[in-house]
Every structure is written in structure tokens, then in C-alpha cells.
Design a protein around this ligand. Sequence first.
Ligand code: DC
Length: 226
Amino acid sequence: MNNSTPPVITIDGPGGSGKGTVSRILAKQLGWHFLDSGALYRLVALSARNHAIPLYNEPALETLAAYLDVQFETDHDMQGRIILEGEDVTGALRDESCGNDASRVAVLPGVRRALLRRQREFLIPPGLVADGRDMGTVIFPTAKLKIFLTASAEERANRRYKQLKDKGLDVNLADLLNDIRERDARDSTRSVAPMQAAPDAILVETTGVSIDAVIQRIVELWQRAV
Ligand code: DC
């Protein structure tokens, strides 16, 4: 990437660290585009389910990921609908089961390879906020500002519990905490692009910190970086 490449801020971290919310609001504030890379892995998992492809069939999943028929409808809140193969899957994508399946397809090098170019295509003017696990390490390694958000597993389980309860879902906090720990372990120990902070990433702890304060800190870091 050279000087004429639009700017990108990468925001990596584990599930429930606040990445999604922080990245969306930040992109809106800056007037930039937003990449929710986790949604791509979730889409592959959902499409695999629709086509009855087992999550161990790497060649079939790689092809699926390469030819994923998806449209992201953006609105001014960066919360637009996601259409997979003609169907609105915005709600289905957020299911816990879809997130768990996404974590399983994400260990497959073929799937990651197929999604690489698709993710880089999101980098268009005036700029991009990219949310994921390997944004700063693999997808946009030359980003000027790389953030790695952290929060304790207990805090992340509590956040998810509240979100799901607010949606009227019947959830169990202990199960959520287990899921989070399992997913963290799988995401950080896989051999390809494991979840880890880039050596030049800035760690931002979010336990007990408001979303607004986290965004404020990132904006200050960006102003200092340019
Ligand atoms: O951020 P999320 O919960 O929507 O991500 C779902 C899964 O996708 C997550 O468990 C790991 C995987 N993922 C990944 O491996 N790399 C990314 N850049 C984003 C998500």
C-alpha cells in the first residue's frame, strides 16, 4: 500500500470486546466505510448450512467463500441489511450458533484465503474502519493505526447476556461464558492468522470503560498518528 492508499484503522480483539459497536460509531464519525469481517465468516457458515456442506469440507467451503453471493446494504448508521443469496440474513447472522460455526470455518486456510481479497476490496476512499481478528496482522498490515481491544471473559459474557436478553432471548450466563472461552481458545490457537495483537497495535482495555470513552481514545490516537 502506498501514500495514495486510503487510510485504514484496524480494530481487532475477541468477541464481546466492543469492537463492532466501537468500529461502527467510529466509521460514522469519520465518514469512512466499515468492514465487519466477522460477518463474512458468519456468511460462509450460514451458506454452508443452507447448502448442507459439512464444516470440515474445506475445498467446498473455500469455493463457497470465493463465490459468496452477498450484498451489504449500507445506511447512515452502518447497520444496513445483509442479503445472502437473495435472502435477508441480518438477524440470522447474529445467532450464537452462527458465531460458533463461523469460528469453526475460520480455522480453514482455504476459507481465509478466499476471503482475503474480498476484505481488501472494502478499502476505498475516504477511508476504512476494519473490525476483526486479523485486520492489523494479515489483512491491512500497513495500517497507520492498529487497535486491539480487550476485556475480561466475564465482562464480555455479561455484555452478550444483556444484548440477548434485550432481544427477549432465553440465555444462560454460565453457558455464554463457556462459549466465549471456547471460541477465544479456538480463535487464538488456530495455525493460520490466529487472533493476536499486531506487534505495533495499541492495546485498549474496555472492562468498565464506556463505549464513548473508548471511541474518544481511538480518535485521539488517530489524530496523533497522522
Ligand atoms: O466477530 P464475530 O463474532 O462476528 O466473528 C465470528 C467468528 O469469525 C469468530 O469466532 C472468529 C472468526 N473471525 C476471524 O477468524 N477473523 C476475522 N477477521 C473475523 C472473524
